[in-house]
Design a binder for this molecule. Structure first.
Ligand SMILES: [Zn+2]
Length: 258
């Protein structure tokens, strides 16, 4: 049965790859626009291109506020979204289908009830959002500027998809699904140490490679650390060697080496 099942899966993958193959010129353009992708070795790039085709085939893109989502926009998003799961596989993204692309950041009205039972409303500005069960929302302006913003470790696609991975065990807590309890314990120790040290630096007004927004919570810290890990890996390894090693183990990648 297993052999039969694998054969079926391989065949459906072959069909998806044929349906959604990314033309050479468009792939080269994507690598040129997002140099942090191009820095990977040949084998990694071939796998990234394969996963991106499968991603395009299995996800549904829609533009908000009348924004048309062109092929090159979809490929740009697919390639950046597949980077974190290059070695983990696309099944990590099985929990959702929709990707909603807004032209720019989105202002949303939030409400919360405080400890005294008083309701408050405030405006929140989003460049991306990942919700359990999807969809993933992205601001195209931020996605399109990812080539330039990589220099300061910023990447909205990696950020939101790191949240998707984090929620893979049903909890957004900065701890993605891990092999066992021991690994979970190790993760907690390193993440907590790094998070606390980071919050202290942010409070002291220091310049940090990681987005100060990471001081919001451990889950935001995991997401911003993942951004820098993939788009500014040498810098990230220099500033946070222990955190870099933790992420390299989880993602099964060493982007600082290529
Ligand atoms: Zn976030």
């Amino acid at each position: 049965m297993r052999g039969w099942w694998q054969w079926l899966r391989r065949r459906s993958e072959q069909r998806a790859l044929a349906r959604r193959s990314i033309p050479d010129a468009l792939w080269q353009l994507t690598l040129a626009r997002y140099p942090f992708l191009a820095q990977r070795d040949e084998a990694a790039l071939a796998e990234l291109r394969r996963l991106s085709s499968l991603f395009l085939d299995s996800k549904e893109f829609s533009g908000a506020q009348g924004l048309p989502v062109s092929d090159d926009m979809a490929v740009a998003i697919a390639a950046q979204a597949c980077l974190p799961v290059l070695r983990l596989g696309l099944r990590c993204y099985d929990s959702f289908v929709g990707i909603v692309v807004h032209p720019d950041e989105v202002r949303v009205r939030r409400e919360f009830v405080d400890d005294d039972g008083v309701a408050h409303e405030y405006d929140d500005v989003l460049v991306g959002e990942a919700m359990e069960g999807g969809p993933v929302m992205l601001s195209w302006r931020d996605v399109s500027e990812a080539g330039e913003s990589a220099e300061w470790g910023y990447n909205v696609v990696v950020h939101e998809f790191a949240h998707v991975l984090d929620m893979g065990d049903g909890l957004a807590d900065g701890i993605p699904p891990l092999a066992d309890k021991a690994e979970r314990g190790r993760w907690q120790v390193v993440l907590t140490d790094e998070y606390e040290a980071f919050c202290a630096r942010v409070d002291a007004g220091e310049d940090t490679l990681l987005d100060p927004y990471g001081a919001e919570s451990p889950e935001e810290f995991f997401a911003v650390a993942s951004e820098a890990f993939f788009v500014a890996p040498q810098h990230m390894r220099g500033e946070h060697p222990a955190l870099y090693a933790l992420l390299a183990g989880y993602y099964r990648q060493d982007p600082a080496v290529g």
